[in-house]
Design a protein around this ligand. Structure first.
Ligand SMILES: [Zn+2]
Length: 159
C-alpha cells in the first residue's frame, strides 16, 4: 500500500490511519503529511481557512464544518472559504451586521462567482443549510439557531 498516495476516499481513511498506527514511528511522518494535505478539520477543510483575516483569531463550530464537508462531497467540487470567523472589529470593517453569525463562528461565505457554480451550489446547499444568503461573489451559509430558519436572502449591493 502506498502511504504517500494522498487521494484516499474518506471511508478508507479510518482503515488506513489504523494501519499507519501499527506501522510505527516512521509512518507517523507520513501521517502528518497526509493530515496537512487533506485538511485538519475535515477531509477538505482546514482551520486556517476560517480564521479572521485581520487578527488570525480562530473560532469555528466543528459541527458546522462537518456540515460543509457533507455539502462539499455532494457538490463534488472544491469550495473556497471567502470569510469564516470574524472578530467583532473585522466584522464592522467589512460592513457585517453586529449580530452576524460570523462573529460566533457559525457562518461561512463560500466563493461563487459564476452562474453555473451558483446553480450547482444552490441545488445542493439547501439539503444541509436552511439559512442561505447570495451575492454575486459568494454564498453565505450559517447554522445560527437564534435566527429565522428556512430563509434565502440577497444582499443589498455594496456602495
Ligand atoms: Zn480580527
Amino acid at each position: 500500500m502506498e502511504l504517500n498516495d494522498l487521494v484516499i476516499p474518506q471511508k478508507e481513511l479510518g482503515l488506513r490511519l489504523n494501519m499507519l498506527a501499527v506501522l510505527g514511528r516512521r509512518s507517523f511522518v507520513n501521517l502528518q503529511n497526509l493530515k496537512k494535505a487533506m485538511g485538519d478539520l475535515t477531509a477538505n477543510f482546514s482551520e486556517r481557512e476560517f480564521r479572521c483575516p485581520c487578527c488570525d483569531a480562530s473560532k469555528i463550530d466543528v459541527g458546522f464544518v462537518d456540515r460543509l464537508q457533507f455539502a462539499r462531497e455532494r457538490i463534488g467540487k472544491s469550495m473556497s472559504i471567502n470569510s469564516g470567523y470574524r472578530c467583532f472589529s473585522h466584522n464592522r470593517t467589512v460592513g457585517g451586521v453586529d449580530n452576524s453569525s460570523h462573529v460566533i463562528g457559525l457562518a461561512a461565505d463560500i466563493s461563487c462567482t459564476n452562474s453555473s457554480d451558483r446553480m450547482l451550489f444552490l441545488s445542493i446547499l439547501p439539503e444541509f443549510f436552511n439559512r442561505i444568503g447570495v451575492t454575486s461573489k459568494f454564498i453565505h451559509v450559517d447554522v445560527d439557531d437564534a435566527k429565522s430558519p428556512d430563509v434565502l436572502w440577497l444582499y443589498p449591493p455594496k456602495k
